[in-house]
Design a protein around this ligand. Structure first.
Ligand code: UD1
Length: 312
């Protein structure tokens, strides 16, 4: 019987959490529908029990949660612009699916659920860094959906006493992130293009900034959230980030150095639903989890570029 369930295990964050659990000798089950997850991401995870299934289907959720102690709920239709094009699909995969996972987890007696929340919940409020007690201000349907799912997590902690923990991720990047879609994360796209000698596109003036978070730090935050005492973390929500921000232009310049790309970016109109600056205060995760980001931005970008060069 698997101790851990990772939803969205075909996606890059789910895949990376599952790999780390397996490396620690844990028993792991993974589920993915491959709407955006990739079968290629399961290579190396052969020791995992895999179920192909859609979390919008309650029966698939029940099968996935049976006998499990801890769920890492990473499955989502990630992407702000995708949600602007198709808000219903985002709702089904981010809200309905999360509610189904919660109901199934409760039915199966799951001890703890660690949920992938999103920094997009903060929206475009001017105060930086973002602290958890700030009022959310979702702009895109994606942000609204991720926030609704967060509230379901908290509600299930309060009314059913379940140990739910929300980690609000800030622009996660690293090996295995899919670079191949217009909805991909910016750093994956930039790495792929610049390594191929193609100019990447910057939407807006490039002065927007993000608290880019390396995948290893996100894995660490998840494992800490799964293991922390319930008195500290059950029903809580906290930022999982680096606690620093870089503009897109600065990031482009570092990548230029790392990839050897010689050109300049192409500039295009800013994206609808985009926010200007994103920067996390990570003191709550430090306090509740003992979380500390370990990899510098440049080193994280270097490892990421190496991966796209060799492994992608
Ligand atoms: C948002 C969330 C993030 C979440 C992600 C899911 C915020 C602050 N962040 O990311 O936590 O994980 O959605 O998809 O809301 N860009 C370019 N060129 C490109 C692609 C993107 O310039 O080719 C720009 C975008 O306009 C944006 C920035 O890069 O300003 C980051 O975009 P992206 O990587 O898509 O993530 P967010 O929308 O910031």
């Amino acid at each position: 019987m698997a101790k851990y369930l990772v939803t969205g295990v075909g996606g890059f964050i789910g895949r990376s959490i599952a790999a780390e659990l397996l490396a620690r000798g844990e028993s792991v089950r993974g589920i993915d529908s491959f709407i955006t997850g990739r079968r290629a991401n399961l290579v190396g995870l052969e020791a995992m029990e895999f179920q192909e299934g859609d979390l919008a289907d309650p029966a698939a959720c029940a099968r996935a949660c049976a006998g499990v102690d801890t769920v890492f709920h990473e499955a989502a239709l990630a992407s702000v612009p995708r949600s602007v094009v198709d808000p219903v699909a985002t709702n089904v995969n981010c809200v309905d699916a999360t509610l189904n996972v919660l109901v199934a987890s409760r039915g199966a007696g799951v001890r703890r659920i660690v949920f992938a929340g999103s920094s997009s919940a903060y929206g475009d409020t001017p105060t930086l860094p973002k602290r958890e007690e700030m009022l959310p201000n979702p702009i895109s349907p994606y942000a609204a959906a991720k926030l609704a799912a967060e509230y379901y997590m908290r509600s299930f902690a309060r009314v059913y006493g379940m140990e739910t923990v929300v980690l609000r991720y800030f622009n996660v990047f690293g090996p295995y992130q899919d670079p191949g879609s217009t909805y991909s994360g910016v750093l994956a796209i930039f790495c792929r293009k610049m390594l191929a000698g193609e100019a990447p596109t910057i939407y807006g003036d490039g002065q927007q900034s993000r608290d880019f978070t390396y995948i290893d730090d996100v894995i660490n935050a998840n494992l800490l959230a799964a293991a922390a005492p319930a008195e500290k973390v059950a029903g809580q929500m906290m930022n999982a980030a680096t606690g620093a921000r870089y503009t897109l232009r600065e990031t482009f310049d570092i990548l230029k150095d790392l990839t050897g790309f010689k050109g300049e970016p192409v500039f295009a109109e800013a994206r609808t639903g985009d926010i200007r600056h994103s920067h996390a205060d990570i003191s709550l995760a430090r306090k509740l989890l003992g979380y500390e980001p370990k990899v510098s931005f440049r080193e994280a970008l270097r490892r990421t570029v190496e991966w796209y060069k060799n492994g992608a």
